[in-house]
Design a protein around this ligand. Structure first.
Ligand code: PMP
Length: 378
């Protein structure tokens, strides 16, 4: 079996992550923050440790600015629905996932509009100008994915953020494909809102996500409820993270996420990124020699790419290719539109979709060779 669908979720998870999940369920599975007894205190400590590790890993000084969610979609919804008001305008890149586009589409009913800025395939200056030109008087937020989940394209998010800040416009970065792969230092980059899953490049369990922001006062809540704090008040606590974390938290997920961050730290983002790019560049060279393969992007490299590469086999639907890889060769990849129809419009693959290869730190060059050889047989 060869698993190459790590852009959807990483598999396998490191042994330390599996152990952390089992340990939490087996040894201290009480409800954190909901009781003064020893087991509840121990559970709270684990959540606190994971929160501190996350803050430290991303260069965020205040651990209370780290909000645990159920995934990147949840984090993005908290910002879009918590921040935007009728009459507001949003600028998004043309690489955005439906985790951004569907909430924005739904918000149209509340008189919130958006414009799309095209990402240039050749020049980050051009991308920057496209974003600048899309800004309006009423632009309240710019949303930009860090790495396209379809094409692996790396967007100039630091430059886009600096430009938006000249106009006092906050920026939401969707780090679904970059967290744990590209080093992110919030102290330097100043992203206003960064949303990410815990279950992809951070190697945590599914059902975990993170939002990091200093600007939580600007956000209305999506849900309200018990937080274990200020219980005498009907009013939702106004301070982060309690404001956004109502209900029983995902203790085993958050324990596993902490272990995932430890794992990434022990290897380093630089090494993980270099490994993934090395695999994809090797695959690219093999696919380039195959006359039946259509490649859409330049050869992956550490400066312009994350760990994702998509292609098509001439005269074959992408879903068909993925099904054959699955059935005949036990190679697991994702085909179709990857929940990102906008990104497919970018390379005119909205009808065929594309076959996506997304390795993790655990994949190998020999697996790339097996994939290339299998594609030759199709
Ligand atoms: N944004 C991007 C770019 C993604 O690739 C994904 C996951 N495919 C998401 C958002 C949504 O992440 P999650 O599944 O954790 O909600």
């Amino acid at each position: 079996m060869i698993y190459l669908d790590n852009a959807a979720t990483t598999f396998p998870k490191p042994m330390s992550v599996r152990n952390a999940v089992v340990n939490s369920i087996s040894n201290y599975g009480a409800n954190p923050g909901r009781g003064g007894h020893d087991l509840a205190v121990r559970a709270s400590e684990i959540i606190y440790k994971s929160r501190s590790k996350t803050a430290d890993f991303f260069g965020e000084k205040d651990a209370e600015n780290v909000i645990f969610t159920s995934g990147c979609t949840h984090s993005i919804n908290i910002v879009l629905k918590g921040l935007l008001k009728p009459g507001d305008h949003v600028v998004v890149s043309d690489m955005e996932h439906n985790a951004v586009m569907r909430p924005l589409y739904a918000l149209k009913k509340k008189k919130i509009s958006y414009s799309v800025a095209r990402v240039s395939d050749v020049s980050s200056d051009e991308t920057l100008e496209n974003f600048r030109n899309a800004l309006q008087e009423n632009t309240r937020l710019v949303v930009c994915t860090h790495v396209s989940n379809v094409w692996g394209t790396r967007l100039p998010v630091e430059r886009i953020t600096a430009m938006c800040h000249q106009y006092s416009i906050p920026v939401l970065i969707d780090a679904a494909q970059s967290a744990g792969v590209l080093g992110i230092d919030l102290d330097e980059s100043n992203f206003d809102y960064i949303c990410m899953p815990g279950h992809k490049g951070l190697y945590g369990p599914m059902g975990t996500g993170i939002l990091i922001t200093k600007h939580h006062d600007d956000l209305e809540t999506l849900i309200e409820g018990g937080t274990g704090s200020n219980s005498a008040l009907f009013e939702q606590p106004g301070t982060s993270p309690d404001k956004f974390e109502s209900g029983t938290p995902n203790l085993s997920g958050i324990a596993g996420l902490g272990a995932g961050i430890d794992f990434v730290r022990s290897v380093s983002c630089e090494k993980i990124h270099a490994h993934e790019i090395n695999l994809l560049a090797h695959l690219y060279d093999r696919l380039e020699k195959n006359k039946n393969i259509i490649l859409y992007t330049p050869r992956p490299n550490v400066y312009n790419s994350g760990g994702v590469l998509s292609f098509n086999v001439k005269n074959h639907d992408s879903e068909e290719v993925a099904a054959v890889l699955n059935r005949r060769f036990s190679i697991f990849v994702r085909a179709g539109l990857h929940c990102s129809p906008l990104a497919h419009l970018h390379h005119s693959t909205e009808e065929t979709g594309a076959v996506r290869i997304a390795p993790s730190y655990f994949n190998t060059i020999s697996e790339m060779n097996v994939l290339a050889a299998s594609l030759k047989k199709i």
